[in-house]
Design a protein around this ligand. Structure first.
Ligand SMILES: Nc1nc2c(ncn2[C@@H]2O[C@H](COP(=O)(O)OP(=O)(O)OP(=O)(O)O)[C@@H](O)[C@H]2O)c(=O)[nH]1
Ligand SMILES: [Mg+2]
Length: 459
């Protein structure tokens, strides 16, 4: 859903790349573009104003790291500020000191209250809780049946009350009583919605609040309605005192403005996002992950940190020289494998990569650590001469190496093919290195040039 905002921000960063350092002039231009991008994404104007102000102060202040390029500096600042307005830390459901914890789910008509109530019940159940559901939406025909069907599908108990009883307050109190009697630790109360905020509904919700003393009042907002969602959240908060927000329909093509504004405007945290109609389509809201997603760049900063921690820069420089001079041997290939193994599971590294351009394909790559060990064993079984001259490895030599390493000729063949490919690929990486995003930071390490990913154009 943040695609368009992502693209625009990346363009800003790309433009800054060409600049030697941040100056008031180039920063001014970048800020103007960031501002337009945010407004076009339907972010609340006050939030945009604050955000731009903060970015400006930080970019011009002492907090910038001299080791980063202007593009990187701004990315880092924007990211930090996004995390700040999104809420910094993940905000979980709070529990009452004394069970059951009562959670009221409120919001406008059709925002996704009933669906979210069921999703939340499932979420709690998976986390070893024992929720009890109750619907107090006695106005819309079949509203209570809707929750009943969802509860039945999820095999989560629901309180239905005495036949004919359709007084919201009595239903809610009955549910709490039953929860105490049957040892349930949560009561989730699905409430009625209205097209607009109206007095009757507010009075009813206030009455429920007073009687139930809920630990959480979650406001369910439809992300597709953009700033209207933010506005109604704010009004509900003023009348009722909400404690958190569930933003639904984030799987749709909402521009993201609601997600970026709602916490700042209401002062209440986003706790969950709905990403589909099914019961499992609920995600805990992680500000950091969302900020990275908005920047369309995965968790690049942690990636840089991780690589820096592990990689021996001197060795990397030497490797690059060898690549350029066509001296990259099988022995070097083995050393690279060992370095890579030190970085930990490759999947987790790939997960931090930008989800754009050619990196998209890398997302599904699975690397078997056993495979790496096998590669190392095969190369260990070669003679030093073979390691430096892969061309001499003929049929009989392949058979000998396979035997020596406890592998098959097929595996030796595969490895030689991989090596040839790696040589070719790494050579094309190193062509653009030395001046790029990671290049400057890491000396001349052989890594895909992230700058070209930011450019979106690939290697
Ligand atoms: N795509 C998508 N659809 C959702 C999501 N959450 C809810 N919906 C759909 O939105 C519609 C309304 O959902 P409900 O849960 O009935 O909304 P409500 O707030 O209880 O509605 P009222 O009780 O009439 O006020 C349903 O068709 C849901 O399937 C979501 O996260 N993604
Ligand atoms: Mg409903």
């Amino acid at each position: 859903m943040f695609d368009s905002l992502s693209e625009k921000l990346q363009r800003v960063f790309k433009n800054l790349r060409g600049e030697g350092k941040l100056t008031p002039e180039n920063m001014e231009a970048a800020l103007r573009e960031i501002r337009v991008a945010l407004l076009e994404a339907d972010v609340h104007f006050k939030v945009v104003k604050q955000l731009i102000e903060n970015i400006k102060v930080k970019a011009m202040g002492q907090e910038v790291m001299s080791s980063l390029t202007p593009g990187q500096q701004v990315i880092k600042i924007v990211r930090d500020e996004l995390v700040e307005i999104l809420g910094k830390h993940q905000s979980r459901i709070r529990t009452a000191n004394e069970a059951p914890t009562v959670v009221m789910i409120v919001g406008l008509q059709g925002s996704g209250k009933t669906t979210s109530t069921a999703k939340l019940a499932r979420h709690l159940f998976k986390a070893s809780h024992n929720p009890l559901l109750v619907s107090v939406d006695v106005y819309r025909p079949a509203a209570r049946d809707q929750l009943k069907i969802l509860a039945r599908d999820l095999k989560i108990p629901i309180y239905e009350g005495e036949p004919g009883n359709n007084i919201p307050l009595e239903l809610a109190k009955g549910a709490r009583r039953e929860a105490i009697q049957t040892g349930k630790d949560f009561v989730l109360v699905d409430t009625a919605g209205r097209l607009h905020i109206d007095e009757d509904l507010m009075v009813e919700l206030q009455t429920l609040k007073e009687a139930l003393n809920p630990t959480e009042i979650l406001f369910v907002a439809d992300a597709m309605t953009g700033q209207d969602a933010v506005k109604s959240a704010d009004e509900f908060h003023k009348r009722l005192g909400i404690t958190g927000i569930v933003l639904t329909k984030m799987d749709g093509d909402a521009r993201g403005g609601a997600a970026l504004s709602i916490r700042q405007v209401t002062g209440q945290p986003l706790k969950f996002v709905g990403v589909g109609e099914k019961a499992d389509a609920l995600e805990a809201f992680h500000p950091e992950r969302v900020a990275s997603r908005i920047l369309g760049m995965g968790d690049v900063l942690s990636l840089i940190e991780k690589v820096q921690e592990q990689v021996d820069t001197k060795n990397a420089e030497e490797m690059q020289r060898k690549l350029l001079d066509d001296e990259f041997t099988l022995a070097d290939f083995r050393d690279q494998m060992k370095q890579l193994a030190k970085l930990g599971p490759l999947e987790s590294l790939l997960g931090m990569m930008p989800n754009i351009g050619p990196m998209k394909q890398l997302k599904d790559v699975k690397v078997d650590p056993k495979e790496m060990t096998r590669v190392i064993a095969i190369i260990d079984s070669m003679t030093p001469h073979e390691r430096s001259n892969h061309m001499v490895i003929n049929g009989p030599r392949r058979r000998r190496i396979a035997k020596g390493s406890g592998t098959t000729v097929q595996e030796v063949n595969n490895l030689l093919k991989q090596y040839a490919q790696a040589r070719k690929m790494m050579k094309s990486f190193t062509g653009g290195m030395g001046k790029g995003f990671l290049g400057k930071r890491l000396g001349k390490m052989k890594m895909p040039d992230l700058d070209s990913f930011l450019k979106g154009g690939g290697f």
